[in-house]
Design a protein around this ligand. Structure first.
Ligand code: ATP
Length: 258
């Protein structure tokens, strides 16, 4: 386990996000089998309030399976997954999910797509603020088909955050974007997280992305956690720095040691 210190930077406050303390996610002795094949084996993990944890690992090692359990979309074969002490499938409005595809409604405007994230009825101010925070105020009346891939994913981020969730579950949300758009989105997600303080769990194939965004990176291998790296972040990531390169190398080594 290793810690890296990074210098502070000034981040503008996204208007719709109130500070919240995030939730605790706890997996206790979790196993998940499919047709007798055990994908996750007696896994223990605690994600602290406001922590940003990334899960990396070889293809097929069970990352999405783990994320689906945390999001309450699936249940463990044995063990428990709780969000602030409540079974994950009952976390309700505390939790929002972002997928690789933006999953927007093609027949609804950008603003109406963001409003889908509100469960407690219409709130035009919250929608406006959410769109402003992803720099899409001028697209509120457009259709999803009129947007670029990166803009669509920004709408999905605004929809996920408009209700000020306490847990954001991210399943490779930037995987389909080009490299530059991906970097922009990483900064946006990091800024939102830094200001709002929600708990976040990300699955990514991109080790650099995991290091750039996270407080902690979990390396998953067949059945369980192989390695954990803490990143003590008190400021911006200096991409390409020796410290970052070393921590990325440590993670890559852990993935391939499996
Ligand atoms: N619903 C399911 N039914 C049967 N097997 C499943 C199911 N979901 C996942 N699996 C199996 O569990 C294993 C882990 O799958 P999972 O999608 O969690 O891996 P992953 O690490 O996310 O992979 P990738 O990086 O390729 O997305 C795979 O062998 C997969 O075939």
């Amino acid at each position: 386990m290793q810690a890296v210190n990074i210098l502070p930077r000034d981040i503008p406050v996204p208007p719709m996000l109130r500070e919240n303390t995030g939730v605790t996610v706890r997996l206790a002795n979790v196993s998940r089998s499919f047709d007798g094949n055990r994908v996750l084996n007696n896994l223990d993990l605690e994600v602290r309030p406001g922590e940003f944890v990334s899960i990396v690992g070889k293809s097929g090692c069970g990352k999405s399976t783990l994320l689906r359990l945390i999001a309450g979309l699936d249940r463990p074969t044995t063990g428990s997954v709780t969000v602030d002490g409540v079974p994950a499938e009952r976390a309700g409005d505390r939790l929002r999910i972002m997928f690789q595809e933006p999953r927007l409604l093609p027949w609804a405007s950008v603003a109406d797509n963001v409003a889908v994230g509100l469960r407690e009825g219409p709130d035009p101010t919250a929608v406006e603020c959410a769109l402003a925070s992803v720099q899409l105020s001028d697209k509120a009346g457009d259709w999803p088909a009129q947007l670029s891939g990166g803009q669509r994913q920004r709408v999905a981020l605004a929809r996920a955050l408009v209700s000020n969730p306490k847990l954001l579950v991210l399943d490779e949300p930037l995987g389909a974007l080009d490299a530059l758009t991906r970097l922009t989105m990483q900064n946006l997600i990091r800024d939102m997280h830094a200001k709002a303080g929600f708990t976040a769990v990300l699955v990514t194939h991109d080790v650099a992305e995991a290091v750039a965004l996270s407080d902690r990176v979990i390396v998953l291998g067949q059945g369980g956690i192989l390695h954990r790296v803490d990143i003590l972040r008190v400021g911006p990531v200096r991409r390409g720095s020796a410290e970052i390169a070393a921590i990325e190398a440590e993670i890559v080594d852990a993935i391939f040691a499996a």
